[in-house]
Ligand binder design. Sequence first.
Ligand code: NAD
Ligand code: MG
Length: 376
Amino acid sequence: MKNIAILGASGSIGQQAIDVIERHPEHFNLVGLSVGKRVDEAIDIVSRLNPDIVSVQYEADMARFAEFDVEVVCGAEGLKAVATASHNDLVLNALVGSVGLPPTIAAIEQGIDIALANKETLVVAGELVMAHAKKHGVNILPVDSEHAAIFQCLNGEDHRQIKKITITASGGSFRDLSRDQLESVTVEDALNHPNWSMGQKITIDSATMMNKGFEVIEAKWLFDLDIEQIETILHKESIIHSMVEFVDTSVMAQLGTPDMRMPIQYAFTYPNRIEHDAPSLNLAEVAQLNFKAMDLDRYRCLKYAYDALKIGGTMPVVLNAVNEVAVAKFLNREIGFLDIERLIEREMKAHQVIEHPTLEQILAVDKQYKSKEYEV
Ligand code: NAD
Ligand code: MG
């Protein structure tokens, strides 16, 4: 029986993780959870799964759990309390944004393994988080489908024999539009992802291709690769989740239908596997798999992510913070779609990089760029 805590239990990944747990009560026990504003959802989960601890974003919501035998906490400290609860074997971090960094660090310091969906944690502090995990003997198990694919391809392999990895990208909602057409797209268009149903922020990040940029950075730190070893390719069916080429040119790929419950469950059971009752991949039905070279001029956010990774230091923190603010403004209909990349480019150009930042410096830069007033 594995005791699992879920940060971000009301989100897209969080809900699918709850589904995995409820389908396998003989394997998994939910010990703690956090939600943001969706308290009704948390009440529902608490009444069904009887965890020890629950965290909500706002103090005012704490009283709503009065009828349950559960410890109630809130805010940033609440996230850390859930992540480090004493019975945890594993924490699934399914928060969105760099808010996921401090509870990840807290769990690592308690020696608790992390199933990581929250890629922003590795974007802003990959070097520091991985070093910290190594020091405390903690596994960081990828949940992102591409990284879960690479992780599986590397099972039992010697990492020094990797030639390169190829991360696949569906292309997002606007894959068939030109840059001129992107000028006038709407929030509704952007939220209409062809292959995956996900939270709003990652759906916009997929449309701008920033999501793939974040995944390049995430892969660098998870698998200790050089930037030149990380390639991306457009693959509109999202059937090949990613691949690894070894020094002898042999290529290993991981395939499956687009269903996040598989990588979530694998992170929960690793190194074992248990049944997953989703339909099997039917390649005869899929019939065709398409690939196209990635175009960094068309997808500028991906280029900025490669740039930020090359520059290093606090540049990826700026990339992420400005992106979080810009995506929120786009979702709020305050700025246009292409303003997201314009803001990021401008702020990256002006940023004075701090090399090898400490956690405190990372959090300070993150806060500075999130609280800044931006003119477009
Ligand atoms: P989501 O928006 O659906 O859910 C995010 C969760 O975080 C919610 O529970 C929300 O309440 C919580 N949250 C947000 N801000 C918070 C705050 N300040 N304090 C406390 N809680 C807060 O997002 P999602 O699509 O589930 O994505 C979660 C993470 O997983 C992201 O980093 C995303 O990039 C990554 N991811 C998602 C998918 C997917 O299929 N959805 C796939 C791969 C990776
Ligand atoms: Mg992904």
